[in-house]
Write a protein that binds this ligand. Structure first.
Ligand code: XMP
Length: 319
């Protein structure tokens, strides 16, 4: 514990010295790394840091509220929540190809972020929650080739052209250390133990074209799955778990009638590094409860399947 306190003291002093009286922009995604980075900066320089959170309309249920509550209400940070749902959804209209979706989302994100950043006078620095594994994976810099695959849609991958000097206070830390640091800084457990979430968000879990209606269906199913996992004590035993909305319809029966509706796939994996992964052996009873809840409560879904593929050859995400 004393080591973490020393780290905090030294980093806080370092940040203060580096930024002087200039302002710092910190991109917040709602994930662990950017949240810890932001919390550390708020501790170091208070209102001199402006946190930007882009609501792309592709977030999970309640995500924006947690960010607002944690940073605005609790840490009293200068938080800019940018509502860009319309922009993202209209840019994605009719697009079905996964990499194309990623490109569009990455591009719109940079546009929106840049626009918001311009509204913050005196900003000279950009803070990113780059961790040690991100640094080595990308060959020593956070924008090497590996980073372009994994990070470039995350807030960690904003381009140099924004013209800011980078601050990366978590560069020497591993994930478990970042979690400890986050707890030390007073971040809620909910944020600390959050599963990783891809930059393109629910857009790559809504197979095929993305519409508001499909996102809403997917979000409801995902919320039920995550709640049941947490209630059963399985959330922290899985590395990543989520629902996927499949673009197929299948036949079902309800009462005397026949239904022809969409299917949800559940995905839960265990992994150390996300390069390989095994599917989680969730208890049958838990899966049964999730399936029943989803089918009973989510309109438009009449079937739930569980993904039992490992990575490789399958990937964790479906797109
Ligand atoms: P796959 O599906 O390739 O995913 O097995 C490995 C890990 O990376 C996440 N992922 C992404 N993260 N932007 C991100 O920031 C992306 O485009 C992206 N695609 C996948 C995925 O959630 C998993 O943790």
């Amino acid at each position: 514990l004393w080591k973490m306190q020393t780290f905090v003291e030294q980093t806080v002093a370092g940040v203060r010295e580096k930024v002087g009286d200039k302002r710092v922009i910190c991109g917040l995604s709602g994930g662990v790394d950017s949240s810890v980075c932001a919390a550390l900066l708020v501790k170091a320089i208070g209102q001199q840091v402006a946190c930007i959170y882009v609501d792309n309309g592709l977030m999970r249920e309640g995500e924006t509220e947690i960010v607002r509550h944690t940073f605005r209400d609790w840490f009293k940070a200068d938080l800019h929540v940018v509502d860009a749902k319309e922009q993202f959804l209209s840019a994605l209209e009719g697009v079905t190809e996964p990499q194309e979706k990623r490109k569009i989302i990455g591009r719109v994100f940079i546009d929106v972020f840049k626009h918001e950043a311009k509204s913050i006078p005196g900003a000279k620095f950009l803070a990113q929650g780059t961790l040690y594994p991100d640094v080595i994976e990308s060959g020593g810099s956070a924008d090497g080739p590996a980073a372009t695959i994994k990070l470039h849609h995350n807030v960690g991958g904003l381009p140099k052209e924004l013209g800011f000097d980078l601050i990366e206070p978590l560069r020497d830390l591993f994930k478990d250390e970042v979690r400890k640091l986050g707890l030390e800084l007073g971040l809620p457990e909910d944020v600390i133990w959050r599963h990783p979430f891809p930059g393109p968000g629910l857009a790559v879990r809504c197979l095929g074209d993305v519409t508001e209606e499909k996102l809403s269906t997917l979000r409801k199913a995902d919320t039920i799955f995550l709640k049941e996992l947490k209630d059963a004590g399985w959330y922290r035993k899985t590395s990543q778990a989520f629902a996927v909305l499949l673009p197929v319809q299948s036949v079902g029966v309800m009462g005397d009638g026949r239904t022809y509706e969409k299917a949800i796939a559940l995905r839960a994996v265990q992994t150390d590094d996300f390069m390989t992964a095994d599917w989680s052996r969730l208890p049958d009873d838990l899966l049964a409860k999730v399936a029943t809840e989803i089918i009973n409560r989510v309109k438009g879904i009449n079937r739930v399947v569980y993904d039992i593929s490992s990575k490789p050859p399958a990937t964790i995400e479906w797109e």
